[in-house]
Design a binder for this molecule. Sequence first.
Ligand code: FES
Length: 105
Amino acid sequence: MSTPTWIDAAAADAVPQDDVIGLAVDGRDIALYGVDGEVFATDNICTHGHARLCDGFLDGHEIECPLHQGKFDIRDGRPMCAPVTDALRTYPVKIEGGRIFIAVA
Ligand code: FES
């Protein structure tokens, strides 16, 4: 197994609770979500089309795509309803020293 590379993504207080932000991290378009005091990270581009999930609607652990209303579980990226069928990539997250780090392979 390869050791993950942890990338400094944002300040811990930059991610609002029950909301999502999009940002560029190491050349990737990443979405960071704040839910129940935890932070989750996924790719920000929907697997169905070119829509940014940070413009969607977060309900608990589900993000709804703003374009065709497909939904993903942000904890594991699994598609929750049509029209999305492909899983969304998720990233491990850790918070240290007031910063959010995400692991990229
Ligand atoms: Fe996201 Fe179609 S682009 S559901």
